[in-house]
Design a protein. Structure first.
Ligand code: ADP
Ligand code: MG
Length: 677
């Protein structure tokens, strides 16, 4: 210890000047300290005696910065500690004072060595350094062989020696012991008194011991008797002139290391594993619900969008003869229809000649009866794009088997092929190459044609024979070549002036689509672009996703409330632990951080479990759905952002929920916390 100032030895290490402390108990006003003045020197061993309730503990708490006087000053090497801020007072306790208590107040989950290390851990000393110091101190109190034992494995005398070692950990100038022998047998009591005396005389520390045992008076250099908060007698028996240690400024408080916080949090979690599991489970359920619901929303969206793009490329515009007011969406049928402008072969040439247009063709959907081997099935038939546009990707359906039709050929959907073949497990490919009969019954616009409704032929048309060239699955529709479809339009409409129920216009690029659709609209037609549909569907699904997210959010809020209640209970139960930490110098924010680390770990752990549960449930849903429907890729998707969001949610909810209990723990008064059961 530095001994820099010559006058520091003349300064009392601890001086009380006119100190008063009142307590209110109901109507009663208790004077726990009444005008106490006392000067103590470094290297002195002082015993405070007096009846129970006389104010001995109060005095010790005031000296140790655990409490503040109502009036008067307490000077430590001339420095007044009564007006220090809370954090400064914590720093004083951490570096200048060591406390020893009647009931040892060791932390039960920690080993003897860890208990000794505690003040150093709180001061932010590195693990290696504090291990070394703890071993040295345990050696000094003769308990090196018990370093790994927990408090319940130690005798009372051993536990108190560990507590003395802890009091010395930060190398304090002042050691305060409140009835340290009260719970010990007389032999152990003597040993502790001997130890405390050596701490005063050999180390030159200021040691104050409260006792009610007159037997120990011979140990003391000075005996102060206290009654009703007042000094009753003050008997200086030996004047000590130990080499006083100079007053130290409390070292800049470095924060408790995160590793220390994490270790303490984990040990607390382990101690109450059941409760921590319950808390974590609450978070897990909340995160799982959020992840599952949002994963379903996101999967539904991408699944439907993927399905939709099969209707046509983003450069295509579906044109209907009827202008539509209001939005166009597969979820909202076009009821608000405006005036009609017929689509004629001439209009098709006009569309194709518009700036930005790559081509235009009629699109029709026929209602037809298919017949093969005596089996009839009613179905729909669409036209393929004309040959000159067949290179535009996305205009044609995907061929499952066979080849593209020409002349009197047809692509049959796998569903219709199965129906026509009959039997138990028909193989659609068996239909390829066979000729089937088809009777057109009526026609309407293409997939989003709308407007014109069904056009029926003036009289029933005969069956025509078509050769099956391939199988398709898209939309469940069948496809015929463009020229065949145009000849059918003539037959169904039964007139020489041909009008088409719908048309498709292809833009050169995606950016051409908007202006092109606007021009066609000005000509009096209704237009729908794939882009528009995607937009309306995407926004519908965003709404669904948000709704699902809210449900998951509610689950998380409930989990948060659970955490808050459980943490509040935990703070109540652990008041003594909080008191011990405060006594060895933990600041309020250290306590808050400890609790937040604990609840944060539970949150992250619960979040991880929740992610697992949510993903597993999503996979189960995917498996069940893929058994009953052909929904490619499943409807549950777990994008990376959702993984991160789930974890952040778990941690954030638990931190927010743990905030109030943690703050309450930090605000606890050290003395009250220490003496609560
Ligand atoms: P001792 O340690 O000598 O037994 P204390 O210092 O613990 O005495 O208590 C002195 C008096 O102050 C007692 O009457 C006690 O009941 C009272 N007292 C101590 N702490 C409080 C408190 N936090 N609130 C109310 N009264 C208290
Ligand atoms: Mg007491």
């Amino acid at each position: 210890m530095p001994s820099d100032a010559g006058d520091s030895s003349s300064l009392p290490s601890l001086a009380l000047r006119g100190v008063w402390k009142h307590y209110r108990r109901g109507e009663e006003d208790i004077q726990a300290a009444a005008d106490v003045s006392l000067e103590l020197r470094a290297g002195s061993f002082t015993c405070i005696l007096g009846p129970s309730g006389g104010g001995k503990s109060t005095l010790l708490h005031l000296m140790g910065g655990m409490d503040r006087p109502d009036e008067g000053e307490i000077l430590v090497f001339g420095r007044d500690i009564t007006h220090l801020k809370s954090d400064q007072l914590s720093a004083y306790r951490r570096s200048d004072v060591g406390f020893v208590f009647q009931s040892f107040h060791l932390l039960p989950t920690m080993t003897a060595a860890e208990n000794v290390e505690l003040p150093l851990a709180i001061a932010g000393v590195s693990l290696a350094k504090r291990r070394e110091q703890a071993r040295a101190l345990l050696a000094r109190v003769g308990l090196l062989d018990r370093a790994g034992h927990r408090p319940h494995q130690l005798s009372g005398g051993q536990a108190q020696r560990v507590a003395v070692a802890r009091a010395l950990a930060a190398d304090p100038q002042i050691v305060l012991a409140d009835e340290p022998t009260g719970n010990l047998d007389s032999q152990s009591g003597l040993e502790i008194m001997q130890l405390l005396k050596s701490i005063a005389h050999e180390d030159g520390r200021t040691v104050v011991v409260v006792t009610h045992n007159e037997e120990f008076i011979p140990f003391a250099d000075r005996v102060v008797r206290i009654r009703d908060g007042r000094i009753h007698s003050d008997d200086v028996r030996t004047t000590v002139s130990a080499a006083a240690s100079a007053g130290r400024e409390a070292g800049a408080a470095s924060s408790v290391r995160f590793g220390t916080l994490a270790r303490m949090a984990l040990s607390a979690i382990r101690r109450r594993l059941g409760r921590a599991t319950l808390t974590g489970l609450g978070i897990a359920v909340g995160v799982a619900a959020t992840v599952l619901l949002m994963g379903l929303g996101s999967g539904l969206e991408s699944g439907v969008v993927a399905g939709l793009t099969s209707f046509g490329p983003l450069t295509s515009i579906t044109v209907s003869p009827q202008r539509v007011s209001g939005t166009t969406s597969p979820f909202a049928p076009n009821t608000a229809a405006g005036p009609t402008t017929p689509i004629t072969p001439r209009s098709l040439s006009k569309f194709a000649a518009l700036p930005g247009a790559r081509g235009a063709y009629a699109s029709v959907m026929f209602l037809a009866t298919l017949r093969a081997g005596g089996v009839n099935t009613m179905t729909s038939i669409l036209n393929l794009p004309p040959v000159q546009l067949s290179s535009v990707s996305g205009l044609r359906p995907t061929l499952e088997a066979g080849a593209w039709p020409a002349g009197n050929g047809i692509l049959v959907s796998s569903a219709d092929a199965k129906a026509l073949l009959g039997g138990k497990k028909p193989n659609p490919d068996k239909l390829i190459g066979r000729t089937i009969s088809i009777q057109p019954e009526g026609m309407s616009g293409g997939v989003f044609g709308g407007g014109t409704g069904l056009v029926m032929p003036p009289r029933r048309l005969p069956f025509v024979k078509l050769r099956v060239t391939g199988i398709v699955t898209a939309n469940g529709a069948n496809y015929i070549p463009y020229t065949l479809a145009i000849s059918w339009v003539r037959q169904v409409s039964g007139s020489t002036s041909v009008t088409y129920p719908g048309a498709t216009v292809i833009g050169r690029t995606i950016t051409d689509v908007g202006p092109l659709a606007a021009r066609i609209g000005k000509m009096g037609y209704g237009t729908t672009t794939v882009k528009q549909i995607l937009k309306s569907i995407t926004s519908s699904f965003s709404a669904i996703e948000a709704g699902l997210g809210v449900i998951g959010g509610i689950a998380l809020v409930v989990a948060g409330l659970m955490i808050s209640v459980i943490m509040s209970m935990s703070v109540l139960e652990r008041r003594r632990e909080i008191g011990i930490l405060r006594a060895v110098g933990a600041r309020r924010k250290d306590i808050a951080r400890l609790f937040l680390t604990e609840v944060g770990s539970i949150g992250v752990g619960g979040g991880l479990v929740g992610l697992g549960l949510g993903a597993a449930a999503g996979e189960v849903i995917n498996a069940v759905i893929s058994r009953h429907a052909s929904f490619h890729g499943g409807i549950f998707h777990l994008p990376a952002w959702l993984l991160i969001l789930g974890l952040v949610f778990g941690a954030a909810v638990s931190l927010i929920a743990g905030w109030i209990p943690a703050a309450r723990a930090a605000r606890l008064d050290p003395v009250t916390a220490l003496h609560s059961e």
